[in-house]
Design a protein around this ligand. Structure first.
Ligand code: MSP
Length: 599
């Protein structure tokens, strides 16, 4: 196996259509490297699902939207990517061969205008902003496998092939179009969906009248096939209330849409008509397929599809549902390519009830949040607080309360005090195996049931509920230690002290299980917990969901020196109180939890 490669190259002769275990060699991403360390770089490239051994790993291709590079990322863009990373990490725990695709959408009028406003040429502008996305993903502990840029030549080749296929299907024609255009949405709007003064309801800006001679995609031809798709597979659009919305759009009749722009230079030229460029959505959606290619390999649509298409899941915000659940499957049908398995449309992060966004200028800086509170806190808060699929409002007070209560107190403090007791009374060494310690103990059964429940919730993309279930395990652990009071049992000595030593093993086994099951959400915190329990980082990286089974801790295992795994966030008021009470000792605490970031 080539060093630093997570997946080996697939032969180029695989047929389109059959689902192939044919991931190509991605560049070395953080998770690819991690996968290598975990010894998962096995090659399944020559096997299709039908001829693969029953034990072979399944593919899981997951995408985030490709973000517009009109401005650097904000918390709204980060939200989808955090969720995607958590799902990808969970699927990796299930031993799937996961490919998490993200990237940037770099063509079109909106980008050209923003480049001009910054006094940069479009290419330099795209390079700068695209890079800021990559940097933020690193800060947020997001381990993508592929990052596609729509200005990448391999992407352009795939778009050209795709356009030709759709043209050959007879689904492209030329016509005049006149309508109202929202540049921020990059979409012609129906007058009836606009607000007063012809304002776009998402961006609150007036739409502009446009008249153009364009190429059109015959979407209306696919009405019945789309209806069929949703009837046969209602899980194609999730959550279910979004399915209703999509069914409503289709039922009300589909109109052909324009797929080229005569007035926009910054784009991929229409094959055989260089006076027009391809509409940014007819270009960007193809990024999900071109991303599958490796740099330098034969850049064709056919080849890209063979590398792992169709995607298992497109994760998107609800504002771009129509493009993904109506336009995209119809485009794929026209080109004779399989549709993805599912599209999940999540809600918006809002500020004062309004969608947080670059165009409205009411954004929250994710980098600032990470600097102040750490990646785990940011990931946990948004995934726990916002029911995945619904909107959620941000408040700093709530952020601090949730993160302190759940991560610092329920989880961090429980581990810390248990390890403290073990150090004091058992030389930081486990007296018995966790299986023996829990013999006949109902906490073990409760933990196992809750872990199964969390697994189910993760599988169904109920990320907030999964966090809640895992926190419930932490609550049970706290309740158990308080009820058993091992600190006083140790003082009593004899059998009571033996029982107390067993109780500490039970709590630590509970913490071990939490750390694995919560690792898709809080990877850094989970690693810190796991290493405090005396395991190595390599052991952590090799974990699978099945390791959440009770019994990982063995007699004789030595725990690390207890150190807080998650520092409580101090608010300014608390800080003031503390500094006045500690003034004589000169102790002043920081109003942030950064002490542990990356520890
Ligand atoms: N470039 C298109 C996507 C093309 S995919 C082939 C695009 N880009 S975007 O940058 O405007 O938005 C990207 C994603 O970020 C969308 O899913 C959008 O819903 C999401 N979000 C942007 N603001 C958001 C919030 N305030 N809250 C949650 N997600 C939001 O659309």
């Amino acid at each position: 196996m080539a060093a630093g490669r997570a997946f080996l190259c697939a032969p180029s002769s695989l047929a389109v259509g059959a689902r192939r275990l044919a991931f190509a060699c991605p560049p070395v991403s953080p998770l690819a490297a991690e996968a290598n360390r975990r010894g998962r770089g096995r090659c399944y490239c020559s096997a299709s699902v039908s001829d693969a051994p029953a034990s072979a790993q399944k593919n899981y291709v997951l995408t985030t939207p490709l973000y517009y590079v009109n401005a650097p990322p904000h918390m709204g863009s980060a939200y989808t990517t955090i969720a995607a990373d958590a799902i990808a990490r969970f699927q990796r725990l299930l031993d799937k061969r996961v490919m998490l695709i993200t990237g940037t959408d770099e063509h079109g009028e909106k980008i050209a205008t923003s480049a001009e406003a910054c006094g940069r040429n479009p290419k330099d502008h795209c390079d700068t902003i695209s890079n800021s996305y990559k940097m933020l993903w690193a800060d947020l502990d997001i381990g993508y496998d592929k990052f596609i840029r729509t200005t990448d030549p391999k992407h352009e080749a795939v778009v050209n092939d795709f356009y030709s296929r759709v043209l050959n299907s007879g689904d492209i024609y030329r016509a005049d179009y006149e309508g109202l255009y929202c540049v921020s949405c990059e979409e012609y709007k129906d007058e009836k969906e606009l607000m007063e003064n012809k304002c776009c309801p998402v961006h609150l800006k007036p739409c502009v009248p446009r008249k153009e001679d364009n190429y059109f995609f015959a979407l209306s031809k696919y009405q019945h096939q789309l209806e069929d798709l949703l009837t046969r597979n209602p899980n194609f659009v999730r959550p279910s209330h979004r399915l209703n919305e999509v069914q409503g759009w289709i039922k009300s009749g589909l109109r052909d849409f324009s797929i080229s722009r005569a007035s926009v230079e910054w784009g991929i030229p229409v094959p055989n008509d260089t006076k027009q460029t391809i509409y940014v959505w007819f270009d960007a959606l193809l990024g999900y397929i071109s991303a599958l290619l490796d740099d330098g390999e034969n850049a064709s649509l056919q080849h890209a599809v063979e590398r792992g298409w169709p995607a298992s899941l497109h994760l998107i915000g609800k504002d771009i549902l129509r493009f993904h659940a109506v336009y995209w499957p119809a485009m794929l049908m026209s080109a004779g390519i399989s549709v993805p398995d599912a599209v999940f449309g999540h809600g918006f992060l809002t500020k004062d009830g309004m969608k947080m966004g670059k165009s409205l200028g009411n954004t929250l800086e994710p980098k600032d949040l990470v600097n102040r509170f750490g990646a785990d806190a940011v990931r946990y808060f948004f995934l726990r607080e916002v029911e995945f699929g619904n909107d959620g409002d941000y408040s700093e007070e709530r952020f601090i309360n949730i993160v302190n209560a759940h991560l610092a107190n329920t989880i961090g403090n429980l581990l810390n005090r248990t390890l403290g007791l073990l150090k004091k009374n058992c030389k930081s060494t486990l007296s018995v195996d966790s299986i023996a310690a829990a013999d006949g103990n109902s906490l073990k059964d409760n933990v196992e049931n809750l872990v199964d429940k969390a697994k189910d919730q993760f599988e169904n993309l109920l990320l907030s509920s999964a966090c809640e279930t895992l926190l419930e395990i932490g609550n049970l652990g706290n309740l158990y230690i308080d009820e058993q009071a091992p600190w006083s049992c140790f003082k009593q000595g004899g059998e009571n002290a033996e029982k107390a030593a067993k109780d500490l093993v039970i709590i630590l086994e509970t913490m071990r299980i939490i750390s694995i099951a919560l690792s898709p959400i809080t990877p850094g915190l989970s690693l810190r917990i796991y290493t405090q329990l005396g395991f190595t980082e390599d052991q952590f990286r090799a974990l699978r969901w099945e390791d959440t089974k009770w019994g990982g801790l063995k007699a004789g295992q030595v725990m690390m020196e207890p150190k807080p795994v998650f520092a409580r966030i101090e608010t300014e008021t608390e800080e003031k109180d503390q500094s006045s009470s500690k003034a004589t000792k000169g102790g002043k605490k920081k109003a942030r939890s950064e002490g542990l970031v990356g520890a």
